[in-house]
Design a protein around this ligand. Structure first.
Ligand SMILES: *Cc1c(COP(=O)(O)O)cnc(C)c1O
Length: 226
């Protein structure tokens, strides 16, 4: 794998207003360092412990993005430094992030994860649950968080029409919320969608952040100590 070439090729396809999160889960620190030297500063991880361990050993100007399902009891480890939590899938989690934000005296940026795929297993709010939460006023009471947009994962399929339809649904929800009356700490700026297999479609459908792992780093190393 030539990480530098992969990054450069990807960057050439990125339109203005769309950023690349390099998903480094299971990859060793050396691979991240290689991407860092090639200019990459935004990295995504899906496990709290692994993210913290990498934060501690790698350069401090890296922006760390939490992209995987997050248990409430792990929020405290990320709260001091995490740049953006993409995977907020319950109000309870949002409350815990707020509590830890208060403790660390920082406002923590979050995306609300929306379930757009056909698979049952993917986490996230339904469109209706999301609208209900946002209009309920419950988020406005949380002083140490800022919701900056939405995140979604399309179905794992070769059916490009279905993938596009799912991204379009998310985009339409995002656009409808953009013009809605929102709590003071909710702003629809970021739309996190697109992975190695489907990021070109996500970009066409308006993604502002693609989360790409294997197309940069190659296969994941699940057997490595983490
Ligand atoms: C692993 C992961 C990615 C990256 O997947 P690739 O197919 O390797 O690009 C993106 N988003 C989430 C939420 C992930 O868990």
């Amino acid at each position: 794998m030539n990480i530098r070439n992969n990054l450069n090729n990807l960057r050439q396809t990125l339109p203005d207003g769309c950023r690349l999160i390099a998903v480094s889960k299971t990859q060793p620190a050396e691979a991240i360092q290689e991407a860092y030297v090639a200019g990459q500063r935004l990295f995504g991880e899906n496990k709290a412990q692994e993210l913290v361990a990498k934060y501690e050993t790698l350069p401090k100007d890296i922006e760390w993005h939490m992209i995987g399902h997050l248990q409430s009891n792990k929020v405290k480890y990320l709260a001091p430094f995490v740049h953006l939590i993409h995977s907020v899938d319950s109000f309870k989690l949002l409350e815990e992030i707020n509590k830890q934000g208060v403790r660390c005296k920082r406002k923590i940026s979050c995306l609300l994860q929306v379930h757009i795929a056909t698979e049952e297993t993917k986490f996230g709010f339904s469109a209706d649950e999301l609208k209900e939460l946002i209009t309920s006023g419950k988020i406005g009471a949380l002083q140490s968080i800022e919701v900056v947009g939405l995140m979604g994962m399309a179905s794992f399929t070769d059916d490009k029409t279905l993938i596009r339809k799912e991204f379009q649904q998310l985009r339409e929800l995002f656009d409808s919320l953009k013009v809605a009356e929102l709590p003071h700490n909710v702003h629809m700026r970021e739309l996190s969608m697109g992975m190695s297999g489907d990021y070109p479609i996500a970009i066409e459908e308006g993604s502002t952040m693609i989360r790409v792992g294997t197309a940069i780093f190659g296969n994941r190393h699940y057997n490595q100590p983490q």
